[in-house]
Design a binder for this molecule. Structure first.
Ligand SMILES: NC(=O)c1ccc[n+]([C@@H]2O[C@H](COP(=O)([O-])OP(=O)(O)OC[C@H]3O[C@@H](n4cnc5c(N)ncnc54)[C@H](OP(=O)(O)O)[C@@H]3O)[C@@H](O)[C@H]2O)c1
Length: 336
């Protein structure tokens, strides 16, 4: 339920209560993955000053929360968020994650062992320059057999005041049930966009029924739905941009997706909104979704996307999009 919002100029940035808390999050949150710069799953070179200006702009525009993770640039994204926070008096709600680390040769390690999580938590607090993490999330749902150990450790960190609320990302319903049997889950962070709708099967319903907030990620499918991705731009992406090898950015999916984007343009134009705003408003049409985590690497990007918080799509437009998505699926099937 929308409880209230903050006005910025003539735009309302709406807020919703997060899961089992009394915290009101803006329905657009800022995602800081790309601010990590180059690493195994990085987004190519990123200027730290641009990142800091993007964070300050997001907060000036009324966004009240930021999502980051230690793995994003191996500490760089969290450090940049920490640096940006130092320069402002009112701290936003900070979400970060645990369970994905790296070794001395920068190999990615998936680990949910209790000692590793405590170490990660202490390092995140230091990088972010805060005394407690507002939302601490298990990043991946692997190794599956260690989920209980990790979740118990998060509950302990909460008791000790190092984190305020505990949450998970990428969990399925059965994993959510296992976590819920130990301690309540405040929120789930799943992928959700026009191109990835898997959570619509059962996850959204389960979370709604169990008072688990949904803070969904990649609403513009990492930029694919913004209209700014063309075959030429993809060909020019640096090798350190993981999108170059991501299946969504390659055939047989790419052409049907770019064709979909062309057909979304008239819907955006009719509503006097942009394609990025349309993609995010489409996520927010679902009442189960608390907030969409929107990635940005430049101030102008978040200035544009924050406005999606105040857009309601008509039933007619939603139905048209449904038909366009079905056509895209058919084309991919035919090309596979
Ligand atoms: N828990 C998890 O496993 C997980 C996984 C993925 C993401 N996340 C979180 O969710 C956040 C958002 O997801 P995301 O960053 O993957 O994808 P996204 O929000 O769908 O896309 C973000 C990218 O789109 C482009 N963009 C942003 N605003 C734009 C605008 N106004 N016009 C044109 N292009 C624009 C930018 O890339 P370019 O400038 O390069 O075009 C930006 O980096 C992440 O930052 C992260 O915090 C979590």
């Amino acid at each position: 339920m929308v409880v209230k919002g903050v006005f910025w100029e003539d735009v309302l940035v709406r807020k919703k209560v997060l899961g089992n808390t009394d915290v009101e999050l803006t329905t657009v949150g800022l995602g800081a993955w790309a601010m990590g710069g180059p690493w195994l799953y990085g987004w190519g070179p990123q200027d730290d000053n641009d990142s800091i200006r993007t964070i300050h702009t997001a907060l000036d525009e009324g966004i009240n929360w930021i999502d980051t993770a230690p793995i994003y640039g191996h500490g760089r994204s969290e450090s940049i968020v920490g640096k940006a926070l130092k320069e402002i008096p009112n701290k936003p709600f900070i979400a970060t994650k645990c369970g994905l680390t790296w070794d001395s040769s920068n190999e990615r390690i998936t680990c949910l062992k209790r000692d590793s999580i405590r170490r990660e938590c202490e390092q995140s607090l230091k990088r972010l320059g805060i005394n407690a993490i507002d939302l601490y999330q298990i990043h991946r749902n692997q190794p599956d057999e260690d989920i209980e150990e990790a979740w118990e450790q998060l509950a302990r960190l909460k008791e000790q005041g190092l984190v305020r609320f505990t949450a998970v990302c990428n969990f399925n319903v059965s994993q959510l049930k296992r976590a819920q049997s130990i301690a309540p889950v405040t929120s789930l962070q799943p992928p959700y966009s026009m191109l990835h709708r898997e959570v619509e099967d059962d996850v959204l319903k389960f979370c709604q029924a169990n008072n688990i907030g949904i803070v969904s990620y990649s609403p513009m499918q990492r930029g694919l739905l913004t209209g700014k991705i063309t075959p030429q731009r993809l060909a020019n992406l640096p090798d350190s941009d993981h999108r170059k090898v991501n299946p969504d950015f390659n055939e047989p999916k790419l052409s049907p997706t770019l064709n979909l984007v062309e057909h979304l343009k008239p819907i955006a134009q009719k509503n006097n909104i942009t394609l990025p705003q349309l993609a995010i408003a489409w996520i927010l049409r679902r009442k189960e979704v608390t907030s969409a985590i929107v990635g940005a690497r430049k101030p102008e990007q978040i200035q544009e996307t924050v406005k999606a918080s105040d857009i309601d799509l008509s039933a007619e437009d939603i139905e048209t999009i449904e038909q366009l998505l079905a056509m895209r699926d058919e084309k991919i099937k035919a090309a596979s």
